[in-house]
Structures are given as C-alpha cells and as structure tokens.
Design a protein around this ligand. Sequence first.
Ligand code: ADP
Ligand code: MG
Length: 729
Amino acid sequence: MSTRRVLAMQEVGKRTPVEFSHNNQQVSKYYGANVFGLDAMREFLSEEAFNSIQNSMNKATIVERKMADQVASCMKAWAQSKGVTHFTHWFQPLSGATAEKHDGFFEPIEGGRAIERFSGNALVQQEPDASSFPNGGIRNTFEARGYTAWDPTSPAFIWGETLCIPTIFISYTGESLDFKTPLLKSLHAIDKAATDVCQYFDKNVTKVIATLGWEQEYFLVDSALYNIRFDLQQTGRTLFGHAPAKGQQLEDHYWGSIPERVAAYMRDFEYESHLLGIPVRTRHNEVAPAQFECAPVFEETNLAVDHNLLLMDVMEKVAIRHNFRVLMHEKPYAGVNGSGKHNNWSLATNTGKNLLSPGKTPKTNLQFLTFFVNTVKAVYEHADLLRASIASANNDHRLGANEAPPAIMSVFLGEQLSKVLDELEKAIHSGKMSPEEKTALKMNIGRIPDILLDNTDRNRTSPFAFTGNKFEFRAVGSSANCGGPMTVLNAIMAEQLVSFKKDVDALMSKKVEKDEAIFQVLKKYIIESKRIRFEGNGYGDAWKAEAKKRGLSNIPTTPGALEAMITKKSLAMFESQGILNHREQEARYEISLETYTKKIQIESRIIADMVDNQIIPSALTYQKVLIDNVTGLKNIFSTTDFKKVSDTQIALIREISDRVAIIKKAADDMTEERRKANNLDSSKKQAHAYCEKVKPFFETIRYNVDKLENIVDDATWPLPKYREMLYLR
Ligand code: ADP
Ligand code: MG
C-alpha cells in the first residue's frame, strides 16, 4: 500500500485558494516599483549621470567609469530604501536557466565594524567562479575565468532581497558564453541593416528595433503530488502514466473558467510581475487540462527576453506559496497537448512605425512588402538553422506530434497576402515595367490595408505564421530561452536585408528607377522562396509528402537538427553579421549536443530507478495478493470448480510476470546501451547513440508500465495518476 500517495491525495483534498493581499490597488499605482527605471533614476541620479545612462541605453554606448561609480552608489541607495541587502549579476549561461551569485553590500572595516558599499567596479564587472557553466571547450580549466558585464539597456531590478543587475557573460578571451551577448549583437545588426533599407522610404528613420511578444504556456500540478513523482522533480515530465479516461477530447478546458485556486495564483504572480515591470496582461486556460497561458504586451526584444526569464522564475517561486508546482516542460504528460512559447516578432522604427504593418498609402505599402518579402526569403534561406534554434530533447516530444507545428519549417502568409505576392510575381514580365504595369501594381499593393482587415484566417498548424502585423514563431519550446531563436531570426533577417540593399543598389546604379528596382528584386525573392510558403494543414501527412517533394527538410530529432548550426552557410552568416565567430558557434553546437545527451541520460537513469524501486515492487506486491487469493481458492474448491474461479486471477498473475520480465529486460538492455554510448569519443556520436539506441527503450518500458498501472490495485500503485494530477479545483 502506497501510504505516500494516500497522504498526498488527502493533502490535495484539503486545499483552498491561497489569498494574498495587495489591497486591490490599480496596477498603475505599483507597476515597476521594483525596477531601477526612469522614475527611480530621475529621483536618485544627478542630471549628468542620468543623461549618461540614458545615452548608453538608447545608443548602446559605454557608460564612463566615473559615471558608473555614481550610478552604483545611487542604485544602492535606491535598493536600500527598499530593504535590499544583497546584489547579484544576473546572467543567462548556456545551461538554460538564469544564474545569480549573491553578494552582500556590506564590507567589514577596521574596528570590527562594517559599511554598506557598492562600487562602480562591482556594478560594471564581476568575475564569478564560473568554471562549471557550459562552455563547449572555449574555456580550458586553466583559464576558467568568465566575466559578467553590465547590460545598461536592461534595467536593474529587485527580486526578493536582492538587487539584480542584468549582465552578459563572456570568457576571459572575449567569447560569449551566454544567450544575451549574441542577442544584443543581432539586435545591433538588424538595427543597422533595417535602418539602411528604410532610407529608401523614409529619411527620418534612424533606428529600428526588433520587438518580441511571447506567449508562455505552462502546466500546474499540486505540489503534494509533484513531491512524490521523482520523474517530474528530476526531469520535468512524467516518464510513466496512463492517459486519463477523460482527457482533452471534450475541449472543455480551453478558455473555460479558471479554477479558483489557479486564479489566486495568477493574480499573485501577475502582481509580482507588475512590480518588476513585466507587462503581463493576458491569462487563460489552454487546450489541455491543467494547462494555462500568459502573455505580456510586446517589448524591445532584449527586455522581452529578460522579462520572460524573470517571469519563469517568478512563476516558479510564487507557485510554491500556492501549493502548486509550475511545469514549464514542453511535454509533461504523454498523450496530452504540450506547451510552447509563441514568439511574436516584428520591427519598429524610431518614427513609431511597425515595419510589418501595412500602411495606408502605396508608398508605405511598398516598405511593408519589402520587409515582409525579405522575412520570407530569410526564413527560406536559413530554415534549417531556424529549426536548429528550437531543437531540444524536450521539444522533440512536441514538434510534429499533431498538436504543435511540424519539424518542417514553412511560412504561412494567409490567403490575401499570398495573392498579393502571386500578383507581384506575375506583374513584372521582363526587366522593365510598362507604365500600365506600374499603375496596376501600385493599385494592388494600395489595396493591402483593406484586405488585411478581414484576413482573419489564422493557421495554428504553421511554425511561422504572419498574423496581421507581425510574424509568430510558434515552434519555440515553453522552457526555452527565446533569446536563442530570436538571435537567429534577427541575424538571418539582417543578412537578408544587407543582400537586398546590395541587389537594389546594383539595379539603381544601372539607372533603374528606385521603386522599380525594389519591385524587381522583390519579385526575384518571391520566386526564389516560393517553396517555403505553405497555407494548408501542417499536421497532415499530405504536407510531409508535399514538403519532401519540395525538397524541404523534415528533421524530427535534435541531434540531426543541430547539424545546421555548423554548416558553412550558417557560420558565414553569423560571422558576416558580427554576431558569433566560428569558435563561439561551434562551442554552442557542442553544448547543445551535450545538453541533449545529459537530458536523455538523466531520464534513462530515472526510468531504471523507478522501475526497480517503485514499479516492479508494487506490481509484485499486488501479484502476491493474487497468488494468496488463488492458493486460498484452491483449498476450498474442487479441482473442476477451481479452474473456473481462478482463471482470471491466474491470467493476471501471468500478465504481471510477463510485463515485469519485459520491463526488467528492457531496463537492463537500456543501461547497457547507455554504458556503450558513454564510451563513445565525440559528443555528436554520443547524442546520436542516446537518441537512436537508448531512447527507444523508453517507449517499450513505458508501454508495459502503463499497462501495469491499469491492472494493479489502485491502492497499491505508488505514483499519482494522470487523472489526479491533471484535474485542479
Ligand atoms: P493572439 O496571437 O493570441 O491572437 P495577439 O495577436 O493579440 O494574440 O497578440 C499576441 C502577442 O503578440 C501578444 O503578446 C502581443 O504583445 C504580441 N504582439 C502584438 N504586436 C506585436 C508586435 N508589433 N511585435 C511583437 N509582438 C507583438
Ligand atoms: Mg498567438
């Protein structure tokens, strides 16, 4: 009898919503109170320091050292006014989570006393003992130093009792070891490339920023149940578990009313987020039971990424107060929808224009078309790299599983815009446009705004869809740092815009008029990138066949997908845009492989442990009950009657023995494959071995364990069941 499970269920039965008090204040009263933002800066900084830091935020210039001293001491004063005692450099190592090392402000001085101090040096740079963060071979242990350096474009904030300073993380030799450094470089590259292209249309554009609005999906589970599922604790997902009789078939959870306990949790974490200046605004149930989503108003990408990471942390900490655990894993439950993090992406100018929003006049429409077509072309050129940017052991469970976008990259434009591109493609027959053609074209693109208004068909099955005034990259995993895919998207778009400008300038230097040159180049791109456009059902098998015919790749698993990171084409693209050099990108590739291997390795170990320590013992316990029953029956029934009354039990006894034998053998064989994989001499070989040799055992084992769950006495079964975990009150 599993007392642990019984006790946990009793605990769950007693839960009530955990209310907290923020006095029902309006959000605007406390929004950003824990951020060293404009208001705090104005209040605490001298005018000179304020201007200097503003300058560095807007123009990414370096803050002078003497200013840094001032800023640091003001930050400290501000933080202390809010009871803060510690500070940390907050960074995003390639391990995925955010990292922090807290230091106290106080410094001992002579006479056994102490003062509070925070110097410019401590603000600007730190040297964390970082030798155990993944570095893909960049940092040998003898030069194990890594530096964190202040990113003034993302404001410092207070979380708990700590002042957190967003920083980049680089090696002693200057290579980036984090997600943020290349993201910042990609934002710089796209700013430059897009601003140059904007000059064709509007001389007032001097800056272009990439915007990101993410949508975060997650599951909640009661912490009492979580605490006795070792698989959830250690791997973030359930490695066993039979699908419940009532799953999501009825689709009654989606946008249904939010359970009280959950609503209380949401209010609480939203409150904490608003204090931190994270503009979360939307909340609703998701498709699966116990699955939810939250989304903020979009922001500049660097800030949006920081805010997403911070929010994930806030959500986890606040969940514990509400006796929940939040599951960010892409696929916590088999047979139930997984979680993604849609990345809504666009480009905005300093003149307040969204470059992917069609304007009201043909001129602005041409600008829209330029950025629109170039995005399609960029995705076409680097589809495999984009696929690699979202590859992970977790996301493999989700992609192509008839619930999330397939592993095939394609772009959805919607019927109306597809038509516009088709017309544009046909319109220009030869090198030169006739005056009629020009007028016709301008008319066509002049119609775009009206057309788009009723362009409501949203294709949920596309990994990369245009949704009215932005592109939505839907294949990103829920636990991912969206800085990774956003770096790739910005980088490929920057490269694309640079080529576009070159192509247009070349025509203009041959005396082709500007608009016509732009049309001609766009037409060429439309034709070249046509194969990546797909408007149909991305979940269907027909698309797989069609994609194959079109020569688009369909790489279902991570080790294969990662290869695109280090092709000549990808390396050249990153290098040409000044975002990552060969060494850095190759290191990232190594780390991605290693991370993959480690994840599967951990899962495999946990499976073996749970099989040996929990599943088999409880199956045998129940089998013993059956055996006792049969022995008892034998004593009281005649031989002929005995057969009749014991047939079912004996079949069950046999089934348990059979399944236990299969499970045990598979677990032992799996352990052997793991041993072999560990002895391979490259991370690539190891990742493939884990994917192709170790992982297949998971399914055999799980299938048989789940069958056992169905026949073993419910009271004996040691693990909380799906039906218990998925239904929240
Ligand atoms: P949905 O896709 O769920 O129908 P919306 O289209 O309203 O919802 O927006 C979804 C997300 O897109 C939101 O997080 C929003 O902030 C973001 N978004 C809207 N406009 C932009 C933009 N120009 N750039 C980046 N993200 C945007
Ligand atoms: Mg959306």
